[in-house]
Design a protein around this ligand. Structure first.
Ligand code: BGC
Length: 462
């Protein structure tokens, strides 16, 4: 990244928004490519005459790929740089979109969807990581969560695309269309620089200074540069830092939150909403799809609400209110399915319950998990530690996707919802006892906090 090329992008201080917006396209692809299969699979099943098992394999292939992509992405981001890995993910997104749109046989489709997943796994780490490292501390929460907003928009767009192309059974177009945002992401990232923090870590101090001036829109950046360098000096080399007993609490918090984000059931709704609505008696496919789009829109709107609050009231209150809302709505959903006397009312209650549930997720656990894991790790191992947390996230996502229908068969629909509610109570207690408040802190202050061996909850106290 040269001085001239960095000056091509954005005006005074606005640069950071341009950078955040482009990298958030990674989130759009994450959402689109995970959501699109829900509609596409109906026609893929017909075209290739798939068994139930083959359908499950096609649907889960993307999650398997994401586990692999998450494992690769962080290490690569620490070595090659955040920007290069986002560009690499964009190239894989584009190629696999075109590839999956033109496959002759289902085995190729499965391979292609694993590749899509690898790109999703990589982007799920590097997009929030990149934004977190360029954002000023006081707006970092909202900027990083643009990524989550993009995920939710991607999901709704995928539902709408599926709906509009279902008349022509156009599953190949559904999958192929992802090449467009992928190209915009890849091309858009080309003139952007890497993050000042990554540059400092790789000895490119002069470049880091140029980039910092650009993103802060001011000449005097020496103080911030010094803080980044001082922080780095205190860190052990490479993986040793991860094993540092003082850093371990951060690692555990990230991994446990990752598991809770999935094991409270969000993707049973995102991937199976039409099926749940059919359990509830909404028989026509069009009313089930309509209700599903409604759930997707609530997800987007409540993410916007979260973005406006994250840097004002903080991460912890949103997590706790959001989790309480999820537990309440899961309890309600379980009750609705438990009482046979409800009759036609069950469909309405299911719609309201699912909307409440998704809204509560979007307010807390959705954005806050990805935000926190981009903030709480020391610079030298930030990518690697994020990899571990996102592997836990994608692994649990895969587990829930594979077990949801079996769980419903084993303990019934109310039992399944109550089970997720119980896990939600566990998550609330965990957050209450150990998740730190990172609002308004610089990434270097957060590192310093762990190094001082203080309790996570003390982080929020000035
Ligand atoms: C989760 C995804 C989920 C999405 C829904 C993300 O934060 O990681 O698994 O599908 O939110 O909005």
């Amino acid at each position: 990244m040269t001085q001239e090329s960095s000056s091509m992008v954005g005006g005074k201080g606005r640069f950071v928004y341009v950078a955040a917006a482009f990298s958030a396209l990674g989130g759009l692809l994450f959402g689109y490519d995970t959501g699109v299969i829900s509609g596409a699979i109906l026609f893929i099943r017909q075209d290739f005459a798939l068994s139930d098992f083959a359908v499950e394999v096609v649907v889960s292939a993307v999650l398997l790929g994401a586990v692999i992509g998450a494992a690769l992405g962080g290490d690569l981001a620490d070595h090659l740089g955040r920007r290069k890995v986002i560009i690499l993910a964009a190239v894989i997104f584009a190629l696999s979109a075109i590839g999956t749109a033109s496959v002759p046989a289902v085995s190729w489709l499965i391979l292609g969807r694993i590749l899509v997943g690898i790109a999703i796994g990589m982007a799920s780490i590097t997009a929030p990581l990149y934004i977190s490292e360029v954002a000023p501390a006081k707006v970092r929460g909202s900027l990083v969560s643009l990524n989550q907003l993009a995920i939710t928009i991607g999901i709704v767009v995928s539902y709408l695309v599926d709906y509009s192309l279902s008349d022509i059974q156009g599953w190949r177009y559904m999958l192929g269309l992802a090449a467009i945002p992928a190209a915009i992401l890849g091309i858009g990232m080309l003139p952007l620089p890497d993050t000042p923090r990554w540059l400092v870590n790789h000895g490119e101090i002069d470049n880091a200074r140029v980039v910092l001036k650009r993103i802060r829109g001011k000449e005097d950046v020496e103080k911030e540069l010094d803080e980044i360098r001082t922080g780095l000096k205190k860190q052990a080399a490479g993986r040793a830092e991860l094993m540092n007993p003082l850093v371990k609490p951060a690692l555990i918090i990230g991994v446990v939150l990752a598991i809770f984000q999935q094991v409270t059931g969000i993707n049973t709704v995102i991937y199976y909403a039409p099926t749940i609505f059919q359990f509830a008696g909404l028989v026509s496919a069009s009313s089930a799809i309509f209700a599903t789009v409604g759930v997707g829109i609530v997800n987007v709107i409540m993410t916007v609400v979260a973005i406006s609050l994250l840097d004002r009231i903080g991460r912890r209150p949103l997590l706790m209110v959001g989790l309480a809302g999820m537990v309440f709505s899961l309890g309600l959903l379980g009750l609705a399915f438990f009482l046979p006397s409800l009759g036609g009312l069950l469909g309405d209650l299911a719609v309201v319950g699912l909307m409440l549930y998704v809204g509560a997720f979007a307010l807390g656990l959705g954005p806050v998990f990805w935000l926190l894991i981009s903030e709480i790790y020391p610079l030298k191992v930030r990518g690697l530690a994020m990899s571990i947390a996102s592997e836990a996230n994608w692994g649990s996502n895969l587990l829930v996707a594979l077990t949801f229908l079996t769980l419903v068969q084993a303990i019934g629909t109310p039992g399944a919802f109550w089970f997720y509610a119980l896990v939600g109570i566990g998550a609330w207690i965990f957050v209450y006892l150990s998740v730190p408040e990172t609002k308004g802190r610089t990434l270097e202050e957060i590192e310093e906090h762990w190094r001082a061996g203080k309790h996570p909850l003390e982080m929020g106290k000035k």
